[in-house]
Design a protein around this ligand. Structure first.
Ligand SMILES: Cc1cc2nc3c(=O)[nH]c(=O)nc-3n(C[C@H](O)[C@H](O)[C@H](O)COP(=O)(O)OP(=O)(O)OC[C@H]3O[C@@H](n4cnc5c(N)ncnc54)[C@H](O)[C@@H]3O)c2cc1C
Length: 806
């Protein structure tokens, strides 16, 4: 018998049940959850169920908070106990680095209303007498911490969905699936065929196998994780109220009360992957062989911190597999290679994330986009370059470094050289320190002889500060050569290209060939989902340059929105490379390197042209600027990239051209108040909040998101992106810092750094419109200290923009 369902959710763990619940709750009841075995049969049943709210990025924090709110209502709604214990939690800190880390996390929590506080050590001793406070320097109290019963909450979500009319099929493994001509899916199960309009892969430990049924591969690797539960501990038995959860970042342990004993989990120093070649299909309600000796060193340290543990017997050890993604974030949203196929996999802390994922996925399915920006969890952020080695190395690294301090500018050393440009060895020989952007190695800075040739991380200004300052000055005084191949590049051609792009992009397209324009791209809700430099090569041919990190997400959107529009879309991102020459000498250098083409000095700002360089025929040269200086971006097929880089450096030597890294670019753009994608710009905002309204062609008959964006524009935005000059001497804003006016919290910093050529610490911040007054005074909290700041309505460098047009 063939059954039909609107949505088939594959997997009855906490994630699948939450998605089912959220769909059912808003009236989508013709939906089916298909579970291979019993509900909770994957990672869910053996989880520790710990809860926390302080996490990054900010919207992940909001989704954690939402999940906790859901727990509060779920018990009432279902009349079923879910074992929710909002005990609050203690973060122990024994070092100043740990205190700085907690201080930063705490400040970031302000934006979402998370009130945490430092707790007096005597009070810590009172509520958690098992803790030896003698060597602690500080303890942070996080009220949102607690724990939940994993099976109960999963079943409560399932029951609540069922009560709304959703169907749950247990003992019904999906064994095959095929896309049908109408875009729906035909699923084969042990209980017959099910046809579904939309499929959601929420198969947790088997996400890879379920993905393979549809012909896709997901960058996931399961790791073993252990916790233990002790026998009763007298100090806990004597407590009048439940012990708060206790954790210490530096030792990478977490704990909570379980009965009269303690549940204690820790991340071993050495990661042990499990089932790398595939999760066994017959793996059931089972645990893996425990090996407590792997935790010995950590346990010894934890026993010192909580001495009563030394005499406590161990009641049981749980060793279970968890699915990790290469950056530990879940992979959610529509899979870019398939139609009507959503992912909700790689969910590493399901009891904190699943509520939020259920909310987000149901919005995405029903309304076409989620309310919040979740690009940091979007499945499309990893593309085919994120292969097995990359996934293995990154998951291993992150497991083994759970206790690593999340310093600003931190680069993950694992999974490196996943993708390299042909210039890589040349930049290596010039001593570059590299970072990673979408798997590509790209220069961050070029150390000088007396520099340590690597990053030394700190919460304060880092070892590259002075040298990056010199790189910035080089760009302003002579010229800098930047690698910009990480930018995404697309070509849209055809007689209908202009009409299709006019609808897709909110900006004013260049009307003449050879001209460029900045074009924001909006979602139907008027949210900012992209920001492109658009060049017109001919009447029917356009080039789009945008964020490399958003490549997979944008490509998915382009393919959806440009399909059937009669245009040809070519993704040039991996086949074309880019270099940028910026500075007063840039035009002369580009002119020297060009064999045939426009005279660079005569190229108008925001123009582009075909050009033949000595080292690279078939190039496109574009006159743009993200530094505020006269700038030329040169795009070529990848084959010419290496020789062009070498040739530009060679010819530029006489003009004092120096190779410059990405960190300088990010500091220079701050001096111009240019917002950066992913830091200042995201789908949480529209053009009115971000200052991009001026690039929107409001007179166009229509474009995606116009009506919704007009409403915000007419009503006025709640917050506006603006520039602050901060009184900071040894530390600059890194993003997330709270902003106060007359002692009241009023906004937050989205990005910051040092303007080396204006000698000022600069931050871009979202503030209420009525506080945006030139010269107005504020306080910005950096590392727990309030520093005075002054608002500037004009960029700090060359406010008239004369330099970039010169
Ligand atoms: C030791 C340990 C401690 C943990 N502690 C915590 C904690 O304290 N806090 C926290 O938040 N998280 C914790 N976790 C992580 C948490 O368990 C996971 O994040 C969460 O359970 C993931 O849930 P899921 O629904 O995504 O996947 P799963 O629980 O793996 O569920 C997937 C479901 O899909 C079903 N399925 C698979 N293939 C098919 C198919 N072909 N057809 C039909 N059904 C299929 C499976 O049977 C399974 O029921 C812990 C994990 C471990 C191992």
């Amino acid at each position: 018998m063939v059954q039909h369902t609107r949505v088939a959710v594959i997997g009855g763990g906490v994630t699948g049940c939450s998605i089912l619940y959220h769909l059912a709750r808003v009236g989508w009841t013709d939906i089916t959850l298909i579970e291979r075995s019993e509900l909770t049969s994957g990672s869910t049943w053996h989880a520790a169920g710990n809860l926390f709210t302080l996490t990054t990025p900010s919207n992940a924090q909001r989704l954690h908070l939402y999940t906790l709110e859901l727990y509060e209502t779920l018990e009432r709604e279902t009349g079923q106990s879910i074992g929710y214990h909002p005990t609050g939690g203690l973060h122990l800190a024994a070092s100043s680095e740990e205190i700085d880390t907690l201080t930063v996390l705490r400040a970031q929590g302000r934006r979402n209303g998370i009130e945490t506080d430092w707790m007096d050590l005597a009070e810590v001793k009172r509520i958690a007498p098992i803790v030896d406070t003698s060597t602690l320097k500080a303890v942070l109290w996080e009220p949102g911490k607690g724990h939940i019963d994993p099976s109960s909450v999963t079943n409560a979500l399932a029951n609540a969905a069922r009560a709304c009319g959703a169907t749950i099929l247990r003992h019904c493994p999906v064994t095959a699936m095929r896309q049908q001509a109408n875009g729906g899916w035909r699923l084969e199960t042990d209980k017959g065929v099910i046809e579904a309009d939309i499929v959601v892969n929420a198969a947790g430990l088997w996400a890879r196998e379920v993905a393979a049924l549809a012909g896709i591969r997901l960058p996931l690797a399961p790791v073993e994780h252990q916790y233990l539960v002790t026998e009763s501990i007298p100090e806990i038995m004597e407590l009048e109220q439940e012990l708060p959860t206790i954790s210490e970042g530096e030792y990478g342990f977490y704990s909570r009360q379980e009965g009269d004993g303690l549940l204690l989990g820790a991340y071993e120093d050495e990661c042990r992957h499990w089932a790398l070649d595939g999760t066994p299909l017959d793996f059931g309600h089972e645990l893996l062989q425990d090996d407590i000796s792997r935790l010995e060193e950590k346990l010894a340290a934890v026993c010192k911190r909580m001495p009563p543990l030394e005499n406590a017997g161990i009641k049981r050890v749980v060793n279970g597999p968890i699915m990790f993604s290469p950056d530990l974030g879940p992979l959610i949203g529509p899979h870019p290679d398939l139609k009507n196929y959503f992912c909700a996999v790689g969910v590493m802390t399901g009891f904190n994330q699943a509520g939020g994922i259920g909310k987000v996925l149901s919005e995405w399915i029903i309304e076409g986009e989620p309310e919040l920006d979740v690009s940091f969890w979007d499945v499309a952020r990893f593309e085919s370059w994120a292969g097995r080695r990359y996934t293995f190395e990154r998951t291993k690294y992150y497991y083994e470094h759970r206790d690593e301090w999340p310093y600003p500018h931190r680069e993950c050393p694992a999974g490196r050289e996943a993708r390299t440009f042909p210039t890589y060895d040349l930049q290596q020989s010039l001593g570059a320190v590299f970072g990673v952007s979408s798997g590509w190695e790209t220069p961050l800075w070029y150390p000088k002889e007396d520099d340590s040739p690597y990053d030394i991380y700190s919460w304060r200004r880092q070892n590259w500060f002075r040298t990056v300052g010199d790189e910035c000055r080089t760009v302003r005084q002579t010229a800098g050569l930047f690698e910009i191949s990480t930018f995404a590049k697309y070509r849209v051609t055809g007689a209908k290209a202009e009409a299709a792009l006019d609808r897709l992009l909110a900006g004013r397209l260049p009307r003449e060939s050879g001209r460029m324009a900045l074009c924001p791209m909006l979602s139907p809700r008027g949210r900012l989902i992209g920001d492109f430099s658009v060049g017109r090569l001919a009447n029917d041919s356009f080039l789009l340059f945008g964020s490399g990190a958003m490549h997979g997400i944008h490509l998915r959107w382009f393919q959806q929105e440009l399909a059937g529009q009669g245009v040809q879309l070519d993704d040039l991102t991996s086949d074309w490379a880019g270099l940028m020459v910026c500075g007063p000498n840039a035009a002369a250098i580009v002119g020297e390197a060009m064999a045939e083409g426009p005279k660079p000095a005569a190229m108008p700002f925001m123009s582009l042209a075909h050009a033949d360089f000595h080292a690279a025929p078939q190039a496109i040269v574009a006159r743009l600027s993200f530094t505020g200086e006269s700038g030329f971006e040169i795009y070529t097929p990848m084959a010419f990239h290496r020789s062009l880089f070498a040739d530009l450096l060679h010819r530029g030597a006489g003009f004092d051209l120096r190779p410059v890294g990405g960190r300088a670019l990010m500091e220079l753009r701050l001096e111009k108040s240019f917002p950066a994608w992913g830091l200042d710009l995201s789908a949480d905002y529209g053009p009115a909040e971000t200052g991009l309204s001026r690039f929107v062609d409001w007179d166009k008959a229509d474009f995606i998101g116009k009506q919704a964006a007009l409403v915000v524009r007419n009503e006025g935005p709640r917050e506006i992106l603006t520039t602050l000059v901060v009184d900071a001497k040894d530390v600059d804003c890194a993003g997330g810092e709270p902003v106060f006016q007359s002692g009241e919290y009023i906004g937050y910093v989205s990005s910051g750094g040092f303007g080396h050529t204006v000698n000022e610490s600069i931050a871009l911040a979202y503030l209420p419109p009525d506080s945006v007054i030139d010269g107005a005074n504020f306080d910005v909290e950096i590392l727990g200290e309030r520093r005075s700041a002054r608002l500037s309505t004009r960029p700090r460098f060359d406010p008239e923009g004369k330099r970039m047009r010169s």
